[in-house]
Design a binder for this molecule. Structure first.
Ligand SMILES: Cc1ncc(COP(=O)(O)O)c(C=O)c1O
Length: 394
Protein backbone atom coordinates (compact mmCIF):
# COMPACT_ATOMS: atom_id res chain seq x y z
CA UNK A 1 0.00 0.00 0.00
CA UNK A 2 1.37 3.44 -0.80
CA UNK A 3 1.72 5.98 1.97
CA UNK A 4 -1.03 8.31 0.65
CA UNK A 5 -3.55 5.47 0.99
CA UNK A 6 -2.17 4.49 4.38
CA UNK A 7 -2.60 8.02 5.70
CA UNK A 8 -6.16 8.18 4.35
CA UNK A 9 -7.07 4.88 6.01
CA UNK A 10 -5.48 5.91 9.30
CA UNK A 11 -7.47 9.16 9.25
CA UNK A 12 -10.68 7.21 8.70
CA UNK A 13 -10.00 4.82 11.58
CA UNK A 14 -8.72 7.08 14.33
CA UNK A 15 -10.75 9.62 16.28
CA UNK A 16 -9.98 12.86 14.50
CA UNK A 17 -8.03 14.67 17.21
CA UNK A 18 -4.94 15.51 15.15
CA UNK A 19 -4.18 17.08 11.79
CA UNK A 20 -1.16 14.91 11.13
CA UNK A 21 1.81 15.80 8.96
CA UNK A 22 1.98 14.06 5.58
CA UNK A 23 4.51 11.33 6.29
CA UNK A 24 4.30 7.72 7.43
CA UNK A 25 7.33 7.35 9.68
CA UNK A 26 8.96 3.98 9.77
CA UNK A 27 12.20 3.98 11.75
CA UNK A 28 14.78 6.20 13.35
CA UNK A 29 18.50 6.25 13.87
CA UNK A 30 20.43 8.84 15.89
CA UNK A 31 18.84 12.21 15.14
CA UNK A 32 17.21 11.10 11.89
CA UNK A 33 13.83 9.58 11.08
CA UNK A 34 12.91 7.73 7.89
CA UNK A 35 9.49 7.33 6.28
CA UNK A 36 8.09 4.25 4.56
CA UNK A 37 9.20 5.65 1.21
CA UNK A 38 12.80 5.99 2.39
CA UNK A 39 12.83 9.78 2.82
CA UNK A 40 15.18 10.99 5.55
CA UNK A 41 14.21 13.69 8.08
CA UNK A 42 16.44 15.61 10.46
CA UNK A 43 14.49 15.55 13.71
CA UNK A 44 14.29 18.81 15.65
CA UNK A 45 11.02 17.77 17.31
CA UNK A 46 12.09 14.59 19.17
CA UNK A 47 8.49 13.40 19.35
CA UNK A 48 7.66 16.64 21.25
CA UNK A 49 10.72 16.78 23.49
CA UNK A 50 10.73 13.09 24.27
CA UNK A 51 13.53 11.32 22.38
CA UNK A 52 16.42 13.15 24.02
CA UNK A 53 18.88 10.35 23.36
CA UNK A 54 17.74 10.10 19.73
CA UNK A 55 16.59 6.87 18.13
CA UNK A 56 17.93 3.35 18.11
CA UNK A 57 20.20 3.84 21.13
CA UNK A 58 21.85 0.42 21.49
CA UNK A 59 22.25 0.53 25.29
CA UNK A 60 18.62 1.45 25.82
CA UNK A 61 17.44 -1.16 23.33
CA UNK A 62 19.50 -3.86 25.06
CA UNK A 63 18.14 -2.90 28.48
CA UNK A 64 14.57 -3.08 27.19
CA UNK A 65 15.13 -6.40 25.41
CA UNK A 66 16.66 -7.86 28.55
CA UNK A 67 13.66 -6.75 30.61
CA UNK A 68 11.20 -8.05 28.00
CA UNK A 69 12.77 -11.46 28.39
CA UNK A 70 12.31 -11.27 32.17
CA UNK A 71 9.09 -9.50 33.17
CA UNK A 72 6.83 -6.74 31.81
CA UNK A 73 4.02 -6.32 34.26
CA UNK A 74 2.92 -7.34 37.74
CA UNK A 75 0.99 -4.23 39.03
CA UNK A 76 1.87 -2.10 42.02
CA UNK A 77 0.74 -4.79 44.44
CA UNK A 78 4.25 -6.26 44.23
CA UNK A 79 7.84 -5.04 44.43
CA UNK A 80 10.25 -5.34 41.47
CA UNK A 81 13.95 -4.51 41.12
CA UNK A 82 13.65 -2.10 38.16
CA UNK A 83 11.37 0.20 40.19
CA UNK A 84 14.04 0.40 42.90
CA UNK A 85 16.72 1.27 40.35
CA UNK A 86 14.54 3.84 38.54
CA UNK A 87 13.30 5.48 41.76
CA UNK A 88 16.84 5.67 43.19
CA UNK A 89 18.20 7.39 40.10
CA UNK A 90 15.19 9.64 39.52
CA UNK A 91 14.87 10.99 43.08
CA UNK A 92 18.62 11.71 43.04
CA UNK A 93 18.50 13.49 39.66
CA UNK A 94 15.31 15.36 40.59
CA UNK A 95 16.57 16.24 44.10
CA UNK A 96 13.25 15.07 45.52
CA UNK A 97 12.53 12.51 48.25
CA UNK A 98 9.67 10.36 46.96
CA UNK A 99 8.35 9.53 43.52
CA UNK A 100 5.19 8.01 42.03
CA UNK A 101 5.46 6.63 38.48
CA UNK A 102 2.62 7.35 36.06
CA UNK A 103 1.91 6.49 32.43
CA UNK A 104 2.04 10.04 31.06
CA UNK A 105 2.69 13.66 31.85
CA UNK A 106 -1.00 14.36 32.26
CA UNK A 107 -1.28 11.71 34.94
CA UNK A 108 1.75 13.19 36.69
CA UNK A 109 -0.15 16.50 36.84
CA UNK A 110 -3.27 14.77 38.16
CA UNK A 111 -1.22 13.11 40.89
CA UNK A 112 0.49 16.37 41.79
CA UNK A 113 -2.83 18.20 42.13
CA UNK A 114 -4.25 15.42 44.27
CA UNK A 115 -1.08 15.40 46.39
CA UNK A 116 -1.46 19.12 47.07
CA UNK A 117 -5.16 18.84 47.94
CA UNK A 118 -4.46 15.87 50.23
CA UNK A 119 -1.67 17.81 51.97
CA UNK A 120 -4.09 20.65 52.75
CA UNK A 121 -6.80 18.21 53.80
CA UNK A 122 -4.45 16.45 56.26
CA UNK A 123 -3.30 19.75 57.69
CA UNK A 124 -6.93 20.83 57.99
CA UNK A 125 -5.92 24.30 56.88
CA UNK A 126 -9.05 24.90 54.77
CA UNK A 127 -7.01 25.46 51.64
CA UNK A 128 -8.08 24.09 48.25
CA UNK A 129 -7.53 26.80 45.64
CA UNK A 130 -4.87 26.41 42.99
CA UNK A 131 -3.16 29.25 41.18
CA UNK A 132 -2.10 28.36 37.65
CA UNK A 133 -0.65 30.49 34.85
CA UNK A 134 -2.00 32.03 31.66
CA UNK A 135 -0.62 30.37 28.51
CA UNK A 136 0.31 27.26 30.51
CA UNK A 137 -0.15 23.71 29.26
CA UNK A 138 -0.42 20.78 31.64
CA UNK A 139 -2.38 18.15 29.69
CA UNK A 140 -5.86 17.24 28.47
CA UNK A 141 -7.60 15.33 31.26
CA UNK A 142 -10.25 17.20 33.25
CA UNK A 143 -7.85 17.97 36.13
CA UNK A 144 -4.91 18.92 33.93
CA UNK A 145 -7.15 21.02 31.67
CA UNK A 146 -8.44 22.83 34.74
CA UNK A 147 -4.96 24.27 35.32
CA UNK A 148 -4.17 24.80 31.62
CA UNK A 149 -4.35 28.50 30.83
CA UNK A 150 -5.46 28.41 27.22
CA UNK A 151 -9.16 29.13 26.82
CA UNK A 152 -9.74 27.30 23.55
CA UNK A 153 -8.48 24.00 25.03
CA UNK A 154 -10.76 24.41 28.04
CA UNK A 155 -13.99 25.90 26.80
CA UNK A 156 -15.68 22.85 25.18
CA UNK A 157 -15.22 20.81 28.36
CA UNK A 158 -16.41 23.20 31.03
CA UNK A 159 -17.30 23.05 33.88
CA UNK A 160 -13.85 21.82 34.86
CA UNK A 161 -12.41 21.20 38.33
CA UNK A 162 -13.24 24.19 40.52
CA UNK A 163 -11.04 26.38 42.67
CA UNK A 164 -8.51 27.35 39.98
CA UNK A 165 -7.39 30.92 39.32
CA UNK A 166 -5.03 32.13 36.61
CA UNK A 167 -2.15 34.55 37.11
CA UNK A 168 0.12 36.07 34.50
CA UNK A 169 3.37 34.12 34.03
CA UNK A 170 6.43 36.14 35.05
CA UNK A 171 4.26 38.75 36.80
CA UNK A 172 4.69 38.39 40.55
CA UNK A 173 2.07 41.03 41.38
CA UNK A 174 -0.57 39.04 39.53
CA UNK A 175 0.22 35.98 41.68
CA UNK A 176 0.19 38.07 44.87
CA UNK A 177 -3.25 39.44 44.01
CA UNK A 178 -4.70 35.93 43.75
CA UNK A 179 -3.26 34.51 46.96
CA UNK A 180 -5.77 34.08 49.77
CA UNK A 181 -6.14 31.99 52.91
CA UNK A 182 -7.73 29.37 50.65
CA UNK A 183 -4.69 28.97 48.34
CA UNK A 184 -3.31 25.47 48.51
CA UNK A 185 -0.80 25.38 45.61
CA UNK A 186 0.76 27.30 42.75
CA UNK A 187 1.44 25.27 39.61
CA UNK A 188 3.58 26.34 36.69
CA UNK A 189 6.02 25.18 34.06
CA UNK A 190 9.61 26.23 34.74
CA UNK A 191 9.70 27.20 31.06
CA UNK A 192 6.39 27.42 29.20
CA UNK A 193 6.60 25.14 26.16
CA UNK A 194 3.26 24.76 24.33
CA UNK A 195 2.30 28.34 25.16
CA UNK A 196 5.13 29.76 23.06
CA UNK A 197 8.56 29.05 24.68
CA UNK A 198 8.69 31.49 27.59
CA UNK A 199 11.55 30.87 30.06
CA UNK A 200 10.75 31.70 33.66
CA UNK A 201 12.33 34.87 35.02
CA UNK A 202 14.54 34.02 38.02
CA UNK A 203 13.06 36.84 40.16
CA UNK A 204 9.54 35.61 39.42
CA UNK A 205 10.39 32.03 40.41
CA UNK A 206 12.15 33.19 43.58
CA UNK A 207 9.26 35.54 44.40
CA UNK A 208 6.61 32.84 43.97
CA UNK A 209 8.65 30.43 46.09
CA UNK A 210 8.91 33.05 48.86
CA UNK A 211 5.16 33.71 48.75
CA UNK A 212 4.53 29.97 48.96
CA UNK A 213 6.86 29.54 51.95
CA UNK A 214 5.32 32.46 53.81
CA UNK A 215 1.78 31.11 53.39
CA UNK A 216 2.19 27.29 53.62
CA UNK A 217 1.34 27.02 49.92
CA UNK A 218 2.90 24.24 47.83
CA UNK A 219 4.90 25.05 44.72
CA UNK A 220 4.29 22.51 41.95
CA UNK A 221 6.70 22.73 39.02
CA UNK A 222 5.85 21.07 35.72
CA UNK A 223 9.12 19.94 34.13
CA UNK A 224 7.46 17.54 31.72
CA UNK A 225 8.71 19.34 28.62
CA UNK A 226 11.56 21.51 29.89
CA UNK A 227 13.18 18.99 32.27
CA UNK A 228 15.75 16.25 31.79
CA UNK A 229 18.65 18.42 30.72
CA UNK A 230 16.87 20.33 27.98
CA UNK A 231 17.47 23.82 29.40
CA UNK A 232 21.06 23.09 30.42
CA UNK A 233 20.52 21.76 33.95
CA UNK A 234 19.10 18.37 34.84
CA UNK A 235 15.80 20.00 35.76
CA UNK A 236 15.23 23.63 34.85
CA UNK A 237 14.56 24.81 38.43
CA UNK A 238 17.89 23.42 39.65
CA UNK A 239 19.68 26.41 38.20
CA UNK A 240 17.93 28.68 40.68
CA UNK A 241 18.13 28.82 44.44
CA UNK A 242 14.72 27.29 45.09
CA UNK A 243 13.18 23.88 45.77
CA UNK A 244 9.72 22.89 44.52
CA UNK A 245 7.49 20.94 46.90
CA UNK A 246 6.10 18.77 44.13
CA UNK A 247 7.47 18.26 40.66
CA UNK A 248 6.09 16.62 37.50
CA UNK A 249 8.15 14.79 34.90
CA UNK A 250 7.48 12.65 31.81
CA UNK A 251 8.55 12.73 28.15
CA UNK A 252 12.37 12.32 28.16
CA UNK A 253 12.52 10.25 31.35
CA UNK A 254 11.65 7.18 29.24
CA UNK A 255 13.02 8.42 25.91
CA UNK A 256 9.80 7.28 24.20
CA UNK A 257 8.74 4.47 26.50
CA UNK A 258 5.49 5.86 27.99
CA UNK A 259 6.25 6.90 31.54
CA UNK A 260 5.80 9.95 33.71
CA UNK A 261 6.32 10.70 37.38
CA UNK A 262 5.46 13.12 40.13
CA UNK A 263 7.84 13.58 43.01
CA UNK A 264 7.62 15.35 46.34
CA UNK A 265 9.69 16.34 49.33
CA UNK A 266 9.43 14.33 52.53
CA UNK A 267 7.79 17.33 54.21
CA UNK A 268 4.91 17.08 51.71
CA UNK A 269 4.84 13.27 51.70
CA UNK A 270 4.26 13.18 55.48
CA UNK A 271 0.87 14.84 55.02
CA UNK A 272 0.03 13.75 51.49
CA UNK A 273 -1.02 10.57 49.67
CA UNK A 274 -1.48 7.46 51.79
CA UNK A 275 -2.46 3.90 50.83
CA UNK A 276 -5.80 3.98 49.03
CA UNK A 277 -5.53 7.64 47.96
CA UNK A 278 -4.05 7.10 44.53
CA UNK A 279 -3.01 4.28 42.21
CA UNK A 280 -2.36 2.99 38.70
CA UNK A 281 -2.38 -0.50 37.22
CA UNK A 282 0.50 0.04 34.80
CA UNK A 283 2.48 2.92 36.27
CA UNK A 284 5.98 2.05 37.45
CA UNK A 285 5.98 -1.37 35.84
CA UNK A 286 9.27 -3.21 35.34
CA UNK A 287 9.57 -2.47 31.61
CA UNK A 288 9.21 1.31 31.83
CA UNK A 289 11.34 1.43 34.97
CA UNK A 290 14.11 -0.47 33.18
CA UNK A 291 13.92 2.31 30.57
CA UNK A 292 14.04 5.14 33.14
CA UNK A 293 16.98 3.48 34.91
CA UNK A 294 18.96 3.07 31.68
CA UNK A 295 18.08 6.55 30.36
CA UNK A 296 19.36 8.14 33.56
CA UNK A 297 22.47 5.96 33.55
CA UNK A 298 23.24 7.13 29.99
CA UNK A 299 22.63 10.76 31.01
CA UNK A 300 25.22 10.36 33.78
CA UNK A 301 27.75 8.37 31.78
CA UNK A 302 27.62 10.56 28.67
CA UNK A 303 27.12 13.81 30.62
CA UNK A 304 24.20 14.81 28.45
CA UNK A 305 23.71 18.04 30.42
CA UNK A 306 27.29 19.15 29.65
CA UNK A 307 26.67 18.36 25.99
CA UNK A 308 23.54 20.55 25.98
CA UNK A 309 25.58 23.42 27.43
CA UNK A 310 28.29 22.89 24.82
CA UNK A 311 25.95 22.84 21.82
CA UNK A 312 23.19 25.30 22.82
CA UNK A 313 25.21 28.53 22.35
CA UNK A 314 25.92 27.45 18.77
CA UNK A 315 22.23 26.80 18.12
CA UNK A 316 21.30 30.16 19.66
CA UNK A 317 23.91 31.98 17.57
CA UNK A 318 22.65 30.38 14.35
CA UNK A 319 19.01 31.09 15.19
CA UNK A 320 19.91 34.72 15.96
CA UNK A 321 21.30 35.05 12.43
CA UNK A 322 17.85 34.07 11.11
CA UNK A 323 16.28 36.85 13.18
CA UNK A 324 18.70 39.31 11.58
CA UNK A 325 18.35 37.94 8.08
CA UNK A 326 14.59 37.36 7.67
CA UNK A 327 11.95 39.99 8.14
CA UNK A 328 9.39 37.28 8.89
CA UNK A 329 11.44 36.08 11.92
CA UNK A 330 11.00 38.62 14.68
CA UNK A 331 12.47 37.10 17.84
CA UNK A 332 14.22 34.07 19.31
CA UNK A 333 13.20 32.83 22.76
CA UNK A 334 14.40 29.84 24.69
CA UNK A 335 17.00 28.21 26.84
CA UNK A 336 19.41 25.40 26.01
CA UNK A 337 17.89 23.02 23.50
CA UNK A 338 14.32 24.30 23.77
CA UNK A 339 14.16 27.23 21.39
CA UNK A 340 11.45 29.15 19.59
CA UNK A 341 11.46 31.55 16.66
CA UNK A 342 8.57 33.98 16.57
CA UNK A 343 7.41 34.39 12.96
CA UNK A 344 5.06 36.78 11.23
CA UNK A 345 4.17 34.33 8.41
CA UNK A 346 1.70 31.50 9.23
CA UNK A 347 3.74 29.11 11.35
CA UNK A 348 1.85 26.04 10.07
CA UNK A 349 2.95 26.75 6.51
CA UNK A 350 6.60 27.05 7.53
CA UNK A 351 6.48 23.81 9.53
CA UNK A 352 4.88 22.02 6.54
CA UNK A 353 7.49 23.40 4.13
CA UNK A 354 10.25 22.29 6.51
CA UNK A 355 8.83 18.77 6.42
CA UNK A 356 9.05 18.89 2.63
CA UNK A 357 12.72 19.85 3.02
CA UNK A 358 13.30 16.88 5.31
CA UNK A 359 13.25 18.75 8.63
CA UNK A 360 10.90 18.10 11.55
CA UNK A 361 10.06 21.14 13.65
CA UNK A 362 6.79 21.90 15.45
CA UNK A 363 4.81 24.96 16.37
CA UNK A 364 4.11 26.44 19.80
CA UNK A 365 1.55 29.11 20.68
CA UNK A 366 0.12 30.81 17.60
CA UNK A 367 3.28 32.10 15.97
CA UNK A 368 6.33 30.20 17.18
CA UNK A 369 8.49 27.61 15.42
CA UNK A 370 9.53 25.30 18.25
CA UNK A 371 12.82 23.40 18.22
CA UNK A 372 13.23 20.62 20.77
CA UNK A 373 15.79 18.33 19.14
CA UNK A 374 17.31 15.19 20.62
CA UNK A 375 19.89 16.43 23.13
CA UNK A 376 22.60 14.46 21.33
CA UNK A 377 22.68 16.74 18.26
CA UNK A 378 26.06 18.02 17.08
CA UNK A 379 27.02 21.30 15.37
CA UNK A 380 26.72 19.69 11.94
CA UNK A 381 23.05 18.97 12.67
CA UNK A 382 22.49 22.60 13.64
CA UNK A 383 24.03 23.66 10.31
CA UNK A 384 21.84 21.20 8.41
CA UNK A 385 18.73 22.41 10.27
CA UNK A 386 19.49 26.05 9.44
CA UNK A 387 20.00 25.23 5.77
CA UNK A 388 16.65 23.44 5.57
CA UNK A 389 14.78 25.98 7.68
CA UNK A 390 16.03 28.83 5.51
CA UNK A 391 14.43 27.15 2.50
CA UNK A 392 11.17 26.82 4.44
CA UNK A 393 11.24 30.47 5.45
CA UNK A 394 11.46 31.74 1.85
C1 LIG B 1 4.48 21.08 30.16
C2 LIG B 1 3.61 19.90 29.86
N1 LIG B 1 2.86 19.36 30.83
C3 LIG B 1 2.08 18.29 30.62
C4 LIG B 1 2.01 17.70 29.37
C5 LIG B 1 1.14 16.50 29.16
O1 LIG B 1 1.96 15.37 29.00
P1 LIG B 1 1.41 14.06 28.26
O2 LIG B 1 1.14 14.44 26.84
O3 LIG B 1 2.54 13.06 28.41
O4 LIG B 1 0.20 13.61 28.98
C6 LIG B 1 2.77 18.24 28.31
C7 LIG B 1 2.69 17.67 26.98
O5 LIG B 1 3.09 18.23 25.99
C8 LIG B 1 3.60 19.36 28.57
O6 LIG B 1 4.34 19.92 27.61
Amino acid sequence: MNSQNEMKEIDELLVHTYNRFQAVLDHGDGVYLYDTEGKKYLDFAAGIAVSSLGYNNPQLKDALKEQIDKLWHVSNLYYTEPVLRAATRLTKAAKMDRVFFTNSGTEAIEGALKSARKYAYSKQNGRYEIIAMDKSFHGRSMGALSVTGTEHYREPFEPLVGGVKFAEYNNLESVKELISDKTCAVIMETLQGEGGIYPVEPEFLAGVKKLCEENDILLILDEIQCGMGRTGSMFAWQEYDIQPDIMCMAKAIGNGVPVGAFAMTEAVAQYSLAPGDHGTTYGGGPLVCAAVDKVLEIYEKDDIVAHVNAIAPYLEEKLNTLVEKYECVSTRRGKGLIQGLVVTKPVGDIVKKALGEGLLVISAGSDVIRMVPPLVIEKEHVDEMIEKLEKALQ
